[in-house]
Design a protein. Sequence first.
Length: 442
Amino acid sequence: MKRLFLLLIFHFFGITSSQSADYKRSIDSLMNYFQENNAFSGSVLLQKDRETIYRGEFNKFPNGTDTYRIGSITKIFTAVVVFQLIEEGKLRLDTKLSTFYPTIQNADEITIGNLLSHTSGIYNYLEWEDYYNQKSHIYPKENILKLIKQGKPESKPNRESSYSNSNYTLLGYIIEDITKKGYSENIKSRIINPLGLQNTYYETDERESFKRNNSYKFDGEVWLRENDTHPSFTLAAGAMVSTTEDLSRLMLALFSGNLVSKKSLEQMEKTDLQTGIGYGLFRTPFHDKNGYGHTGRIDEFRAATIYFTTDHLTLTILTNGTNIKLNDIALGIASKYYHTPYQRPDLTAYENINVPHTQIYTGVYSAKLAGIISIGKFRITQAGKNHLYLAMHDNEKEDAKESRKVLLKRTGENEFYSLEANAKLRFLLNKKGIVTGIKLMQ
């Protein structure tokens, strides 16, 4: 869960005044296309004014539950509780972090508002280089605080928006400090129980995983079960579990004024013009429709929930395995509903019996800036048919059992594409067919 969000920004083409009568069939066709081409496994829900207008179940690995880990959508829950505490007079947007955690760098300059809006500049502890190797371990509070403190701040407070999970983990701790109750108890009493979210909970122990779906990573040929991040590692930044139905109810309640005041909601909707980042919400416009929501990622789970204020429409997507960007899926569904132009991603595989075997591309490569300054090493290994894996390489960790791997799909004789990095790699070969380097194109 290196980055727990994907900002959904859609381009303007113009929307017709009425939806196609066949939008449900069109969405089904699109989602079946994704599922059949190993690009999506999960659930989709569209609700308008409390009425379900589309529901799609496309889980390739059903285990009798429709609950998923939702990653950073947890931050909406955290932000709601923070604004409730502000309304109760127990906290202010300008309260300094030093009031609670003075040893965090720049704590005397960082406010609660900075934490909510990701303008604190605090190091994102989920960018820790050992995260993937250590993610299944139990992390006490003191260990998390140590991770947050050890990283170099991204910037000075209030200078720019810089997404950091540390902000919301700290807000979770502050909620506990103020209320003298656990984060989970606060979420239950303030959000889950009042709204009747029967299938939403804050995961606290790995033994609770049987209640929800597992996540899977596609290697280009088969799906592999992904190891779980221990919930003690993501906390108030990403440890919630929910369903499409419950998240839709959450968003409707929030924008109906049933969770926070009008003043608080207006504050939550204030977003950075460039990044779209707000106080617990992200701006997610679609053409001329005004939308707010959040996305999430943890392990191979990805999630998105978006509320279009002009139409009182909620779009929620939960996935436990995907091989394309969540933005492409959300864009496709919204386009089918609003009957706007949309071009499906090309999911066809490159096939040519004369291409070199992927084995020749494997090995450790050194990336250099301007061909002189080394900026790191990465390892290329084999994946499924006509696919490769790319992972950062550390000479001191040769024996590491796990590492974060990015899938590379073959798109040409010596060309591969990374959907996650939106980058194309062209392997350079000499006349003898020996790889001599890589050209990276973005």
